[in-house]
Design a protein around this ligand. Structure first.
Ligand code: SF4
Length: 154
């Protein structure tokens, strides 16, 4: 599959979830479905999702790259302990939101939309002064995919 083709298609999920989700939080469940898909996929194909299919990855490559200063990324972004800490902070924050949210379809859907908005703001703030994909170095979902992939190797 050609990366430019897959990303040109998948990038449309980005506004659908981030903007559409503000008006119809049920769209947040698309994130949940994508998570199930890429977690299963990662067992066989590692981070194929990140390279070819992730809507945010497509947004960073096709759009934010035009504004990125593409400066070197500080080494601590690759530090496994930093990455693991960020993973636990975000997953903890996510689980907490699920626990305290009213238990209805819209409220739970909006948890996914909100997480997408927060992580996208961070991705933009990191991607403009440094490389456009700086967020991907610390993205909790990339960590999860790497872990699942390692199960297939062991
Ligand atoms: S690291 Fe995260 S944001 Fe980047 S492409 Fe992978 S899943 Fe998407």
């Amino acid at each position: 599959m050609k990366k430019i083709i897959s990303q040109s298609i998948m990038i449309w999920f980005f506004p659908i979830i981030l903007i559409g989700g503000l008006f119809n939080p049920v769209l947040g469940y698309l994130v949940f479905l994508m998570m199930i898909f890429f977690l299963v996929l990662s067992y066989f194909k590692g981070r194929f999702w990140c390279g070819f299919l992730c809507p945010r990855g497509a947004f960073l490559d096709l759009f934010l790259s035009k504004f990125s200063l593409k400066r070197n990324v500080p080494k601590f972004f690759c530090n496994p302990k930093i990455r693991m800490s960020i993973f636990f902070i975000f997953m903890g924050f996510f689980v907490l939101q699920i626990i305290i949210s009213p238990k209805n379809i819209n409220a739970i859907g909006f948890v996914f939309v909100r997480m997408c908005i927060i992580t996208t703001i961070l991705a933009i703030l990191l991607g403009i002064p440094m490389q456009q994909r700086t967020w991907c170095l610390i993205c909790p979902m990339s960590r999860l995919q790497e872990k699942i992939r390692s199960l297939n190797r062991s």
